[in-house]
Structures are given as C-alpha cells and as structure tokens.
Design a protein around this ligand. Sequence first.
Ligand SMILES: [Zn+2]
Length: 285
Amino acid sequence: MVKIYIDSGHGGSDPGAVGNGLKEKNLTLQISTRIKEILSKEYQDVSIKMSRTGDTYPSLSDRTNQANAWGADFFLSIHINSGGGTGFESYIYPSSGTPATTYQSAIHSEVMKLVNFTDRGKKTANFHVLRKSTMPALLTENGFIDSSSDASKLKTTSFIEALARGHVNGLVKAFALKKVQEHENIEEKTFHTVVKGDTFYSIAKDYDTTVARLEVLNSTIDPTALPIGKKLIVHVIETIYYIVKKGDTVSALAEEYGSSINQIKAWNNLDSNYTIQIGKRLRVK
Ligand SMILES: [Zn+2]
C-alpha cells in the first residue's frame, strides 16, 4: 500500500495568491480533489490522506505533523504561483537526493506532457512543507494567478483535469501504481514430460487426476501413442482476483465464483467478521 498525502495549499482565512477573479485556495482544492478521486477510483493499493477537504486552514505544522504521524510515503503540496511570471514549476527540499529527485522528475514531466504551460523547471526551496515532512516531498506551482493567460486556463475544468491527471500519471510512474482491474485471472499449469512406458492412466495416477481430464487438457495428443519427450499438461489451476465494489459480501462472491466462504477468508487473511474493504483486491477463486 502506497500512502500519499495530498496538501491543498492555503485555505480558510488564508486565500493564498489572488488575481483575475481567482483565489489560490480554491484552485489548489480543486486540483487536489481530482488527484485523489482519480487515484482512488482507477488505481489499486494506494491510500490517500488530504490536508483539507473544504475551505479550512490547517497550519503548515498541522499538515506536516499529520503526514508524518500517518507515515506517508510521499507528500505532495499543490499551489498556484503569483508575482509576475507564467507557467509551471516544481520544488523539492535542497540536496534531497533520490528518491525525491526521481519523484520530482516523474511528476514534473508528466504534468508538462498534459498542460500547455511554460516549463519553468525543477527547482529546490526551503519551504516548511518540504523541510518538515519526514518523507520525500514535492511542491508544485501550477501557473500564475496574476497572469491573464495562465488564469484563463485555470478557469476551465478541462485544464484543472489535465493538471490533476498529470500529477496522477507522475505518481503512477514514481510509485509503479497498478490500475484497478475488476477481474484478474491467473492460470498456473503443471507439466509432465513423457518417458518410455507412460500412459494417460499411469500419469493420471501419479498426478492425482483423471484420464478424462488429461484428454481434455491435451486434446491434440493421441493417447495410444504418447510421444516420448513431449510436455503434457497435467494440472491447470485458475486463480481469480477481484476488486471489491460497494455492496459486495464474501458469501455472494463465494457463490459467484464457486469457492467457499472459508477459502476466501483464508486466501485473503480476513478477520472473523469477513470484513472486506471497497477497492481491496481479493482472491476469490
Ligand atoms: Zn501557495
């Protein structure tokens, strides 16, 4: 499980930068919220905590203390720039080294791929959230609120979406996140190499299966003349993984996949209440 702390810059009594009818605190919350939504919906084994989900002002220490106490793997702080410039830039703490530099490169380049912004480069700064977070941390400045051309982009939903998607794509690269797949079937085969004197009957006995099953699995082979050295399939074990959706129960899944409730409990180390969380990847067969 990768734990990502997403910090929406400013909030509440602190609007951050203001210009062209926009407030930084609202934009940072919009971008952060979309990053969280996309990650939670589309990627597995990722847990997200937000510094705020509404128009409130956690102090800078509140934010880093919370991320540190939670044991986040990454701290991502979203901001909007001001002061007479244009474009996108990202910051890590000075002399951070890897993996912070790797994460910065991944996120910076993925954002730049999706948005039509001037690239102001990968930078370092002694910001509180970068200095006081105990995990690798990145702060992005997503355009200048006092630039009319940046501001007009930031006013469109599609641009906010592209910024969020760029951050997500970078996080996916940095942490090798995997897409949620509702079903994942894995087939594991066991083989036997034919030696002189083998028959389907003798092989079935050795591998605890049946002649009928061997015939099905090796339908192209003439059972009356087994070719010596040929690899026969003797067992196929099908494993199915399933991503838990709202309303799922272990008993319903057991019935659907022809497994027992106790098998599903054992495969997934479930507690005695058979608790399953939405988004969890369960082995169901
Ligand atoms: Zn800011």
